[in-house]
Design a protein around this ligand. Sequence first.
Ligand code: TYD
Length: 132
Amino acid sequence: MSLIKTIQFNKFGDERGSLVSLESFENIPFDIKRVYYLYGMSSHLPRGFHAHKELVQVAVCVKGSCSILMDDGKSKDSIKLDDPSLGLLIDAMQWHEMSGFSEDCVLMVLASENYNEADYIRNYKDYLCLME
Ligand code: TYD
């Protein structure tokens, strides 16, 4: 199965512009407990490099573009996000790395849980051991 799972959101658009609505258990497959966003990234400073034990997230590049690499310990795949109406599902135990940020990139992430550092796996070797 593909590591890249996307959600195409309905877009309400007319000459005034576009509107996308995100709702728990409607077009987002969990109860949204937290929203955070990243901006002002540097194209040569990738981020992420972790997996979460339980957290499920949906990432939406609401402005600009970036690449997200997904890794399950056996294979890797990456996607360029450049569409505010497309969400990328980041499942639990999914190693991910973000890179290639455009200067204007704003990456918004919806999360199924409050912030909890104990839920992070930040060491790739530990991650691989857990995935064996
Ligand atoms: P981190 O998740 O390591 O960022 P990235 O994976 O994008 O490289 O988070 C960076 C810092 O921000 C870290 O000190 C934890 C803090 N943080 C919060 O306090 N709350 C949050 O919701 C998130 C995502 C991070």
